[in-house]
Write a protein that binds this ligand. Sequence first.
Ligand code: DGY
Length: 327
Amino acid sequence: IKKMAEKTFKVVVTHPEVPQAGIDILKKSCEVILCESVPPKRSEILSKIKGVDGILWAGHEPLNGEVLDVAGKNLKAISTMSAGLDYVDLATLKQRKMPLGHTPGVLSEAVADMAIGLMISAARRYHEGRIKIETGAWDVHNLQWLLGQDIRGSTVGFFGFGGIGQAIAQRLRGFGVAKILYTARTEKAEAKDFKAKKVSFDELCEKSDFIFIAAPLTEETRHIFNECAFDKMQQNSVLVNIGRGPIVDQEALYHALKCNKIFAAGLDVMDPEPLPKDHKLLQLPNLILVPHLGSATLRTRSDMAVIAAHNVLRGIAGEPMLAPAYE
Ligand code: DGY
């Protein structure tokens, strides 16, 4: 810590748009080296990290053993500025005992807001409605026109019931939901606050009117929402994904929506990102697409930078990080 006060430590921030609040925290006790390219260029990052003490790794460039090798033996800590760690070679970093932090928690509220937005807009057919206006097909006479799904009285299923899932459930308290189900690797103590019942993945698919995907991408979760899962879901069901795109087999989702096997979906994350502008998913009227904006609010991004900066400083000082990626 004394050394930190003398600014002997060097920290690289891999993206020039990391909010100032995080940079200012680092600058109090370290020399900060900022990467300049947008999008981040791996070659620039690798050239700047040689010999540094800490890295604030912003963006989704692969974070792997190469980074540790290039940085060298001075490197004491890394923090990402994300909750998801799917672009990190966790096994290698852990095995090489590199302290690694991330920023869950602070983004749960913003992502939960996005999830509720997607739920309502998919269930109430916002996108289809807009297309009708644009094509001059607004039908004022038909009382059965563009009817949607009610949230009131519904069964809501969570695939993953951690901080984000629970923040969504918290918001749903005012909606008159009848039942909450969840699938997770472990029983969640908080589930009883929501009267949420742990069920198998099959039961989640079969019984839920709405499903929120709020889990990380792992080898276990990749493409778990596949043709077989969509076959189990109800025709009225609405799927919302604010986790990671590849948890859903997108080809299977396309067919499920096209053939009205399920009612609608709302995605903040997809596969690949960015989604090509001529992708067939964009042709579906019953699909709401948002370009990965879950944590994209001024306050949330700033809070993420602050947590990431503290993670790095604590890691350099040999103290526990605010949000370690592993023990
Ligand atoms: C996260 O933090 O994981 C968000 O999805 C942004 O990357």
